[in-house]
Ligand binder design. Structure first.
Ligand code: 4AD
Ligand code: MG
Length: 462
């Protein structure tokens, strides 16, 4: 007999048929004669109720069916008289795959803190909350590919090991096979990377953008979707050392086209989640964040505000607030500023453009004023920056000058510069931080709780 998933079983029409389900016991209650088992197999947040007539089963087996145990149940799918479910399974046979010691199973009772659940990240997917979050995460990942595929974008796989620093911020994890206890050195005492695996110094990528641009200047519209790594020592609810990023890159797009795409893209994804993850979203709305569904609806139904960095700085100065981080033209915006603009001033997602060149990466296209660049950051309620992007500098001389001004290693970027020498074209792109977006869609307060196994400073367990 073929096992059915609880999700399909609950959606199927008709009862009074033999079924086989397999899953983990959430609760067992009942008494001497009859027990009720709530069984969950992860396919849906809903449990199926299994009803077992104690007299028909071995007593020892019944004892071992405890919270956390894994079982297979064969029985009759029948209409349920009890409250809370339409159907139930009247068990005919139960096979115990794995027992779970009630004394030591950590997920006995409800209401564990998120901090505690992080310590048992190997078991937390078995909770309602994390099951919901990871199913929504999956649905969004699928929707991302669907969105771009339907638009004719090509999924370009950019490298994870690179020798360049795309953002020029020096926040990279080094990759080496050198013996750290006996590092080969050159005469001047510096590390001799010619003896390393790749014959040069390499690191984990901070962004696939530079390689993405190479793709856009040939295939037209591409996107990447992969892990990226930042060795920044940020212990905040919005930073991970390993996170996933979606980076579309498009030839012949200017900054306005770029903003239009970003806005359409995130609205599509939210709509997709609302249409396909309603059980999980309803649960999170009830248990995690009471404003969640309202906030999602608000974002899909309103135009994002578009304004400049310069105006934002004026608004912040006029706010009369005392900030932890100083503001002023030329200073980067911090989460507190971004959230003020979004949550209190505009009360709407905001796209800020035309940032000072000094606080943005080398590849952004300069404006005529000589001071600002064609950058765009999309700011979301509760999160702050969710997307960073720009129109790219397509002029060879200007780009080279900027690389030199910033003292970046020009010789390592020869291939990037060559695209500006041979058939350069106006082009733009952006990066959406996947976990920050999943945070927004699920309402989870901490970014560590939207990725199965978070990597943060001093933490690489599991
Ligand atoms: O603004 P960032 O650094 O931009 C880039 O990497 C560009 N190369 C993107 C592009 O134009 N193709 O990062 C993009 C987004 C941020 O807006 C944020 O959502 C997310 O990536 N992000 C992080 N998410 C989690 N943890 C971190 N440490 C993050 N750093 C950036
Ligand atoms: Mg940014």
């Amino acid at each position: 007999m073929k096992r059915e998933k609880i999700k399909t079983l609950l959606l199927s029409e008709g009862t009074d048929r033999e079924v086989l389900v397999k899953g983990w016991v959430r609760t067992k209650r009942g008494g001497k004669n009859i027990v009720f088992i709530a069984l969950n197999d992860g396919s849906t947040i809903k449990n199926i109720q299994v009803v077992a007539d104690v007299s028909g089963f071995d007593e020892a087996l019944m004892k071992e069916i405890t919270t956390g145990a894994c079982i297979a149940v064969r029985g009759l799918l029948a209409g349920s008289e009890g409250r809370g479910q339409d159907v139930e399974i009247r068990a005919e046979s139960i096979e115990l795959y794995g027992k779970s010691d009630p004394e030591t199973y950590p997920l006995q009772k409800k209401g564990h803190t998120m901090e505690f659940l992080r310590e048992i990240a190997h078991l937390r997917p078995r909770t309602n909350t994390f099951g919901a979050v990871f199913r929504i995460r999956h649905a969004l990942a699928y929707a991302i590919h669907k969105y771009f595929n339907d638009k004719g974008f090509c999924y370009l796989h950019t490298p994870i090991i690179t020798s360049s620093d795309a953002e020029g911020a020096g926040e990279m994890f080094q990759v080496t096979t050198l013996d750290l206890g006996n590092v080969p050195r050159k005469e001047d005492g510096s590390v001799d990377f010619s003896r390393d695996f790749f014959g040069k110094a390499t690191n984990l990528t901070v962004s696939g953008q530079l390689e993405g641009e190479l793709g856009a200047l040939a295939i037209g519209e591409i996107y990447t979707f992969g892990p990226t790594f930042r060795a920044e020592n940020s212990n905040t609810p919005r930073h991970l050392a390993e996170f996933w990023m979606i980076e579309p890159e498009m030839a012949f797009y200017d900054l306005d086209d770029n903003m239009d795409l970003a806005e359409d893209f995130v609205k599509y994804l939210i709509r997709y989640a609302l249409e396909n993850c309603s059980d999980d979203l309803d649960f999170l709305n009830k248990m995690i964040n009471r404003d969640l569904l309202e906030r999602l609806d608000f974002v899909i139904n309103n135009d994002f505000i578009r304004t400049t960095y310069t105006r934002a700085v004026e608004i912040l100065a006029a706010s009369g607030r005392k900030w932890i981080y100083e503001t002023g033209w030329g200073k980067d915006l911090q989460a507190e500023h971004e959230r003020y603009l979004v949550e209190e001033y505009f009360k709407c997602p905001v796209i800020l453009t035309d940032y000072p060149k000094v606080i943005k990466a080398f590849y952004m296209k300069h404006n005529e004023d000589g001071k600002t660049v064609k950058a765009m950051d999309v700011l979301f309620p509760g999160i702050g920056e969710i997307i960073g992007g720009s129109q790219r500098e397509e002029d060879y001389e200007k780009l080279r000058t900027r690389i030199q001004e910033l003292d970046l290693p020009e010789k390592d970027l020869w291939w990037y510069l060559e695209t500006r020498k041979f058939g350069t074209a106006p082009h733009s792109g952006f990066g959406l931080g996947f976990e920050r977006f999943v945070q927004f869609v699920t309402g989870m307060a901490n970014i560590r709780d939207v990725i199965p196994f978070p990597r943060t400073p001093k933490n690489a367990e599991f």
